[in-house]
Design a protein around this ligand. Structure first.
Ligand SMILES: NC(=O)c1ccc[n+]([C@@H]2O[C@H](COP(=O)([O-])OP(=O)(O)OC[C@H]3O[C@@H](n4cnc5c(N)ncnc54)[C@H](O)[C@@H]3O)[C@@H](O)[C@H]2O)c1
Length: 289
């Protein structure tokens, strides 16, 4: 039926937006899918995807900023599905963090952004890693174009008020690189990549335009969740690891070319393991002598 027949996918933050599109795409290629969200609507999303795809799709209410809730989610997925092959770390919060917050508010905002966008990704990777190693799976971390290199020399990226969001996504670059290299150096064929995307039409982005919302002209310049979901499917069939894929409005939504680092890493001598994180020239990583 599809290239994910017999596989199990996990998508966090799938009650709406990109998460729903990712879950639908995995199921359309034959995967059974576990989805979670802090919003109870995630159950209806699971039912709808199960009905249209014919796959098993289960919803788990879960606040990913809560370590105990993540433990319950992971235990439930491994119990119900027996293992995982694809983990899409999608759940996140966006917002600006004004400079005039009180000390207490600033601390609380820091905790909220980093628990949701950073700690959750770390805990999920640690919890699912044994199964991913056994089944030679994929981790895909959903990031933002705010952390890609500037479009022109001397340019900048990111938003002036979104220090917590932007910095939380920068942390994910460290995860992607360290995990890709870590699995590869152990001869484990777990691929780890990120997608650094720009404006895509979801409730999160529409929420940036209060009142009447974005104009049709603005929305016409955005990418769609369906395009991003196809990019995810293409990435899962590609075999590369350690990359941060750029997906920018105004450009074709497609995988950028890869070099020989894209082979399954277990087939590569470690001294030839390349990575292209952040669009830099592929570097050659050599283990310490
Ligand atoms: N839409 C864009 O233009 C855009 C651009 C760059 C990056 N992204 C990234 O894409 C991903 C998805 O974004 P989206 O646009 O679909 O956002 P969205 O807000 O529409 O959806 C995010 C989902 O995550 C869930 N979520 C939030 N906090 C959670 C928590 N603590 N526990 C469990 N679930 C939680 C929300 O309930 C929601 O269903 C995010 O990582 C975001 O940073 C989006």
């Amino acid at each position: 039926m599809g290239f994910l027949d017999g596989k199990v996918g996990v998508v966090t933050g799938a009650a709406q937006g990109l998460g729903t599109a990712y879950a639908r795409a995995l199921a359309s290629e034959g995967a059974d899918v576990a989805i979670c969200d802090i919003q109870p609507e995630v159950s209806a999303v699971a039912d709808e995807i199960a009905a249209t795809s014919g796959r098993t799709v289960r919803a788990y209410p879960c606040d990913v900023s809560d370590a105990e809730a993540i433990r319950g989610f992971v235990d439930g997925v491994l119990r119900d599905f027996g293992g995982v092959d694809v983990v899409v770390m999608n759940a996140a919060i966006y917002g600006s963090s004004p400079l005039d917050l009180s000390r207490e508010e600033a601390l609380s905002e820091y905790q909220r952004f980093y628990d949701t966008n950073v700690k959750s990704v770390y805990l999920l990777e640690r919890a699912f890693a044994p199964s991913l190693v056994e089944r030679e799976g994929d981790i895909v971390v959903i990031s933002t174009d705010h952390v890609l290199p500037p479009l022109q020399p001397g340019g900048t990226r990111g938003g002036p008020g979104s220090d917590l969001y932007d910095s939380s996504k920068w942390v994910l670059n460290g995860y992607i690189q360290a995990w890709a290299l870590g699995f590869a150096s152990q001869g484990q064929n777990v691929r780890v990549n990120g997608i650094g995307m720009g404006a895509t039409d979801t409730p999160m982005l529409r929420g940036v335009f209060p009142g009447d919302g974005p104009s049709d002209e603005i929305v016409a310049g955005w990418m769609t969740p369906a395009q991003q979901a196809q990019l995810l499917l293409d990435l899962l069939q590609d075999g590369r690891t350690g990359d941060l894929i750029s997906s920018e409005p105004g450009h074709p939504v497609e995988l950028p070319p890869r070099s020989d680092y894209g082979q399954p890493v277990s087939n590569l001598p470690i001294e030839q393991f390349h990575h292209g994180l952040m669009g830099l020239e592929p570097a050659i990583w050599e283990p310490p002598s």
